[in-house]
Design a protein around this ligand. Structure first.
Ligand code: ADP
Length: 475
């Protein structure tokens, strides 16, 4: 069978640029697909924050211009090959030389520019994909434009759109967005209560829509989770599939990870990392006290209002709390204040730090993810890889990956609670801490169950490939 040609268009990919799980996915799914007789390429913005060690190896290919609104903008294309995947980087200093990936006043213009550049570069790089796979709102314009404006240019290209998080839709006022779209007619597929919604356009235009866990695919049809797009999701249910993400087990590997204090494969190696973490964070060094951690964006989605609601009850327990994250100032300040008030119990690292995140995954006993919603969640998979026990709310991918530990059967890989309620979370943390203190052999069994849980990309890549082939009639 011919190698399928797949082009991923996304706004981040580890190790070049990452702000969350999307970066992990785009950094690892293409690698997994490349092992399965496909020609996979990825196109990303060339952010100024990409580490020099990579940029030095980028090869300049060509440049051309694209039009956004009335303005012509320079597009440089760079290339970098690794792990049998070709990465292209779209260069434009005025759009991508910024301190942060997102959050600027002109994000709409930046990613409309990027989307245009992706569609225009195809003949230049001479790679006409069978599948153009776009991710989240930043590249949501591509399936729409492919259908409406570029169809005759790329007759054999089908578009796939993946919802990594429906909360962020690319929703803008009509008068702000429309002048940047260079369309000759009203984009009705994007119309959204007198505004324009890039994600809605993608949901209607893409040939295939996927999301990152089976449970989230179901939840999206419910108004509680659908963020006002639940009706659209119900409409396109016939082409929607939930495919559970994986993690790159070669990147997250306690046996080889050079960011952690001591490489390990067993419980005892983990204890060494815990003591080193406590020392590193200036907490009392005591392996007998459980370390409960969170590595997260500090936003409402992540259940931080539950944590805030019962934080003093949590801190009544004999445990240490470690937080690594950035986000909304109310949560940043809360954790800063707690660290100040409880210096021997709480450590708050208000930062985005990949290396420290690995140290925390390795050195903690418990990892808290009480999310209000969680499309897939990778942190619970990552923490288990490092033998850390997740405590999660049963939603989205958390529900699909974590089973409550059963002391009778010795099965299960964590703790979970169902209702989005602070005291349900508190009781669940208390149960987990109770097991840590009072049932040592069960605790070790649970840690071992976490080590034995694997969510690698092999299966998921196979599933994507099946749907790609079905969409292109190449089964
Ligand atoms: P989301 O994509 O919603 O942020 P995921 O659980 O899918 O959540 O993925 C989060 C990813 O981002 C994980 O790799 C996690 O380790 C990483 N991460 C989140 N916050 C930080 C931080 N402050 N420092 C380093 N890594 C972080």
């Amino acid at each position: 069978m011919d190698a399928l040609k797949i082009l991923f268009a996304a706004s981040e990919a580890f190790p070049f640029a990452k702000s969350g799980g999307l970066g992990d996915v785009i950094g690892s799914l293409p690698k997994a697909l490349a092992k399965k007789n496909t020609d996979v390429r990825v196109i990303l913005p060339k952010y100024s924050s990409i580490a020099d060690q990579y940029v030095q190896k980028f090869k300049f290919l060509m440049h051309f211009n694209v039009k956004v609104g009335y303005e012509e903008h320079y597009v440089g294309i760079f290339e970098y090959k690794t792990d049998h995947v070709t990465f292209y980087f779209v260069d434009n200093e005025s759009f991508f030389s910024r301190n942060q990936l997102y959050g600027d006043y002109d994000d709409a213009e930046r990613f409309i520019f990027f989307s245009r550049a992706v569609l225009e570069c195809i003949p230049y790089i001479d790679f006409f994909p069978d599948i153009l796979h776009c991710h989240d709102w930043q590249t949501a314009l591509i399936p729409f434009l492919l259908k409406e404006q570029y169809h005759w240019h790329y007759l054999n290209t089908k578009s796939v759109f993946t919802i990594h998080n429906i909360k962020y839709q690319g929703l803008y006022g009509f008068n702000d967005l429309n002048p940047l779209l260079n369309l000759e007619y009203f984009p009705s597929a994007m119309e959204f209560y007198n505004k324009l919604n890039l994600m809605k356009g993608a949901l209607y235009s893409a040939d295939l829509v996927t999301t990152v866990s089976p449970s989230y695919a179901e939840e999206l049809k419910d108004p509680y989770y659908g963020e006002n797009l639940d009706g659209v999701v119900r409409d396109i249910d016939f082409k929607l599939h939930g495919i559970l993400n994986g993690i790159d087990e070669s990147v997250y590997n306690p046996q080889t990870d050079s960011d952690i204090f001591t490489q390990y494969t067993t419980f005892s190696g983990k204890v060494k990392n815990k003591k080193a973490l406590q020392e590193y964070l200036d907490l009392p060094i005591n392996p007998d006290i459980p370390v409960l951690s969170m590595v997260t964006r500090l936003v409402e989605q992540k259940g931080l209002d539950l944590v805030a609601g019962v934080i003093h009850e949590i801190l009544q327990m004999d445990l240490q709390l470690v937080i690594l994250g950035t986000g909304e100032s109310q949560y940043e300040n809360l954790f800063r204040e707690l660290a100040y008030a409880y210096p021997k119990k709480v450590c708050a690292c208000i930062d985005f730090d990949e290396s420290l995140s690995r140290k925390i995954y390795a050195g903690s006993d418990l990892f808290l993810m009480p999310s209000k919603f969680e499309p897939c969640g990778l942190s619970q998979m990552i923490c288990m890889r490092y033998g850390t026990v997740p405590i999660v709310r049963e939603t989205g991918g958390l529900k699909d990956t974590i089973q409550y530990y059963n002391c009778e059967t010795k099965t299960g890989n964590g703790y979970s609670f169902k209702t989005y309620n602070a005291h349900d979370m508190l009781y669940t943390i208390q149960a987990a801490v109770g097991l840590f203190y009072d049932y040592k052999s069960d605790w070790q069994q649970l840690v071992q169950n976490c080590f034995n849980t694997h969510f690698n990309w092999d299966m998921a890549a196979e599933t994507y490939l099946y749907f790609y082939r079905k969409t292109t009639n190449k089964l």
